[in-house]
Design a binder for this molecule. Structure first.
Ligand SMILES: Nc1ncnc2c1ncn2[C@@H]1O[C@H](COP(=O)(O)OP(=O)(O)OP(=O)(O)O)[C@@H](O)[C@H]1O
Ligand SMILES: [Mg+2]
Length: 313
């Protein structure tokens, strides 16, 4: 079989999955697949598709070859989904199948679009409320055990030190004037990254679905971990700036929200590390199979910087 190639959208397709794995999934699910719909969101190149089965039932499947790091990420997501507490806004894990050198993770299908995070939408308020209830209490021991196998990624989130040491000509003046402080803040983040709360770790509109029955639900738990309560709320903040919220309004929300209000230093250090990561990575060559990623990082970098300017002034 020729090596699978990313589709124009950047994603592997159902037809790229080795036939023995497709057959195993159809046997387990009890019906042939009649349609595979690839969502437009996200940047990954693995299979991520809503499968419709004969009879009408739908399931969501993520699959990749075992020699790709994506499979380890999918297995981590499966372990997290299986152990999340019932109050977590997440779909159920339905199964994990390994055949022909590939692994597929089958997840309950959510029916609806990505939430609308623009200022006029009620989805934003619902998302903040979800983050409040998700982080109000320590994560259960089963979840802590399930996600503990993955090494901490906190040290990978940085960029300001490199930009301080060799500032590019196009660096925004607002960043240039704060470079030493931003480098100091991101350096502080790894030591502050420990905590006992559930952390989704990659909260953006395309990692959520507004399900017709459940409302806003978080998907793509591949980066799930434990950490301080502020991480997901601080990750959401630049996403809101990207969808039209005034940075001053979002900065005020971070000062008030239960997940972030009690830990201003940790929140600022995380936001600095995340924004530094975007500023650094946006300038790197585009990786294959992820169209749009660098453009997104440029925009996210500007949004994060706008929030940091409120927190540093
Ligand atoms: N359980 C689900 N039901 C329906 N749609 C889903 C479900 N999970 C994810 N999606 C949709 O599929 C898209 C891709 O899924 P997901 O983000 O999990 O894949 P990924 O390959 O890990 O993505 P990324 O590009 O973020 O790396 C999401 O943006 C979302 O729109
Ligand atoms: Mg995703």
């Amino acid at each position: 079989m020729p090596p699978p190639s990313p589709s124009p959208s950047g994603r592997l397709q159902w037809a790229d999955v080795p036939p023995p794995l497709r057959a195993r999934l159809e046997t387990t699910l009890g019906a042939p697949v009649t349609e595979a719909v690839t969502p437009s969101g996200g940047f990954g190149h693995q299979l991520a598709a809503a499968l419709r089965l004969a009879g009408g039932r739908r399931v969501f499947v993520k699959a990749a070859p075992d020699d790709e790091p994506l499979t380890a990420a999918n297995l981590h997501e499966a372990a997290a989904l299986d152990a999340l507490p019932p109050y977590a806004p997440a779909p159920d894990l339905l199964g994990v199948h390994r055949t022909a050198g590939w692994t597929a993770v089958v997840i309950a299908h959510l029916d609806g679009p990505d939430p609308d995070l623009s200022p006029a939408s009620g989805d934003v308020e619902q998302t903040w409320a979800l983050l409040d209830s998700l982080t109000a209490a320590p994560a259960p021991a089963s979840y802590v055990a399930a996600v503990s196998a993955a090494p901490s990624a906190a040290g990978l989130l940085h960029g300001w030190k490199e930009l301080r040491d060799d500032p590019p000509d196009d660096l925004a003046p607002a960043a240039r004037s704060h470079l030493p402080r931003l480098a100091e803040l991101e350096a502080a983040w790894p030591a502050l990254a420990t905590g006992d709360r559930v952390v989704h770790g990659d909260l953006r509109a395309d990692n959520m679905v507004r399900d017709h029955d459940r409302g806003v639900t978080f998907v793509d738990w591949a980066h799930a971990t434990t950490g301080p309560a502020c991480v997901d709320a601080a990750s959401l903040a630049p996403q809101l700036v990207l969808t039209g919220h005034a940075p001053a309004d979002v900065a005020r929300l971070l000062l008030d929200h239960p997940a972030t209000a009690g830990s201003p230093d940790t929140t600022t250090a995380f936001l600095a590390a995340l924004t530094g990561h975007w500023h650094r990575n946006a300038r790197r060559p585009a990786p294959p199979g992820a169209p749009g990623l660098r453009d997104y990082q440029h925009r996210a970098a500007a949004a994060g910087l706008a929030l940091l300017n409120h927190r540093l002034s």
